[in-house]
Structures are given as C-alpha cells and as structure tokens.
Design a protein around this ligand. Structure first.
Ligand SMILES: Nc1ncnc2c1ncn2[C@@H]1O[C@H](COP(=O)(O)OP(=O)(O)OP(=O)(O)O)[C@@H](O)[C@H]1O
Ligand SMILES: [Mg+2]
Length: 258
C-alpha cells in the first residue's frame, strides 16, 4: 500500500505586520495508507494550512511531513487537492478543466476515456462545454473533484469539498466519495465543519483546538460501512465529538429565552 503520511512536530507561523500568526503548533499525526481521515475544528485553527503543508504548497516552520517515508518538499502529482473555493480555470470549459492534469503529464491520449468517466461520476455529463461561470458553486466543486481524481493520486486532500452543496446533493456526494475511496483505495484527508459528515465518512476524526491549532483529540470511528446516521453507534460518536467541540449541551449563556 502507498499513500502513508507522517506529520512530525509540525508548526507553521505566517509573518504578519505587528507579529507572526501562529497557525499550527506541534502537530504529530500518522495517516495510514488508504485511510479516510477528517480534520475538524473551529475556523482559523489551521486545517487548510495543514492540508497545504501536506500538498507541499507551503513549508513548515518546524518539523517534517513525509509521504511513504520520503520528506515532502513541494507539490507532486501523487497528491491531488480540492480547494476550499473551487479553482477551475475560468478560460477552460469543464471538459478541458478535468482533462488538464492528464495533458500536463502527457497522458491525455492514453487515458482520454477517464475524463468522460470522471465527468459522469460527478454527474456533470452534458456540461462538458460549459464554462465555470455558467455552473453553480456545487457543480464547480464537483468538477474540481473530477479534475483532482482523473490523475489517480495516491493521496487526495479535500478542503471542505462539499461545503457549497445543498444537504441532499451533499449526502449523495458523500456516497460518491466513499465509492471512489473504496474502489481506488487512496488515502483521503478531508477538512469539514460537519460532524455527521466526518463520522459518516472517516476512519478517524482529528479534532483541532482553536488557533494555534493542535490536535486536541483523535477519535477512531469504529463503525462498519455502510453507516446509518441514526444508529446508536453513530449518535454516540456525534455526542462525543460535539462534546469535544463544546457544542454538546444546552448553552449556558443563551441571549434569548422561549
Ligand atoms: N498565507 C497566509 N498568510 C498569513 N496568514 C495566513 C496565511 N494562511 C493562513 N493564515 C492564517 O493562519 C490561520 C489558520 O488559517 P487556515 O486557513 O489554515 O484556517 P482554517 O482552520 O482552514 O479555517 P477555516 O475553517 O475558516 O477555513 C489563520 O489565522 C489565518 O489568518
Ligand atoms: Mg480552511
């Protein structure tokens, strides 16, 4: 198996006028190859920064990140990335956007069929000739997913990939992600703010503390798949994770009473 990620003693600060911003502090994390991990935590705690570090888009201030025991020193095509905001090229249509990675790697002629296959998988058949501005946010997000997957990465880094979708499309896309994950056995690391989504999809949920982000708790989701959102086991994990995030009970200081 390939796609094992090691994060050892990683801290990241960004220089800013008036003092550095400490985004992450002392992160240690082992992500087994072929596993599905979710990162969850308050806004600004460094989740996207950690994904960017694994992608090789930014450099750690301290510590090291490895992929299959090799130190990550920059971006590589074995790591796919779906960004928080879609990053489709506005001047290319959906087909050209999805085909982009294969063309860059000189694999397009050989694997042309994969482009159609992934467009179909993310339910964008019929929109090949549309440009990003002609699609909804959710459709663009799905196109970004197809663009990342077409090159068959070992590791897929997903930054709130389903955040722009309505609740029902989102649950369907969660199934799709699981199907892709099960079929290709790639390592998936996903940032989400949705506790149910994290439990539904993941082997492990990593809970971050507020900035500077540290790993507050790692919860192994010991439920077989497919999972049911209303099962007792599922609800047990929902309670546990919401409790860690301090959303587990009735608020002590509500500014209303009914
Ligand atoms: N390029 C940058 N330059 C300066 N500061 C940055 C940069 N990228 C991130 N930061 C800072 O690092 C901190 C963590 O940011 P990050 O985007 O990783 O948070 P996040 O957990 O993904 O938040 P959200 O849930 O809102 O997406 C924030 O305080 C942010 O302002
Ligand atoms: Mg983010």
């Amino acid at each position: 198996m390939v796609g094992e990620i090691g994060v050892r003693g990683v801290s990241k600060s960004f220089p800013l006028e008036g003092g550095d911003v400490e985004a992450l502090k002392g992160i240690d994390l082992n992500i087994a190859s072929g596993s599905f991990i979710s990162l969850i935590g308050p806004s600004g705690c460094g989740k996207s920064t950690l994904l960017r570090l694994v992608a090789g888009l930014v450099e750690a201030s301290e510590g090291e990140i490895t992929l299959d025991s090799r130190r990550i020193e920059g971006p590589g095509c074995e790591r796919g990335f779906v960004f928080q905001e879609h990053t489709l090229f506005p001047w290319l249509n959906i087909y050209q956007n999805v085909a982009f990675g294969l063309k860059m790697q000189g694999l397009y002629k050989e694997r042309k069929g994969d482009v159609d296959e992934w467009i179909e998988t993310v339910s964008l058949k019929g929109f090949e000739k549309s440009f990003p501005h002609q699609l909804s946010g959710g459709m663009c997000q799905r196109a970004s997913l197809a663009r990342a997957l077409v090159v068959k990465p070992k590791v897929l880094l997903l930054d709130e990939p389903l955040g722009a979708l309505d609740a029902f499309t989102r649950m369907n896309m969660q199934e799709e992600l699981l199907r892709i994950w099960a079929a290709h056995r790639m390592t998936m690391v996903m940032v989400t703010h949705d506790v149910d989504e994290a439990i539904y999809l993941s082997d492990r949920v990593v809970i971050f503390s507020p900035r500077p982000g540290r790993t507050d708790e790692i919860v192994d989701i010991e439920l077989s798949r497919p999972r049911a959102r209303n099962d007792e086991g599922f609800i047990f994990y929902r309670r546990k994770i919401l409790g860690h995030l301090n959303f587990g009970g009735i608020r002590k200081d509500p500014n209303y009473s009914i």
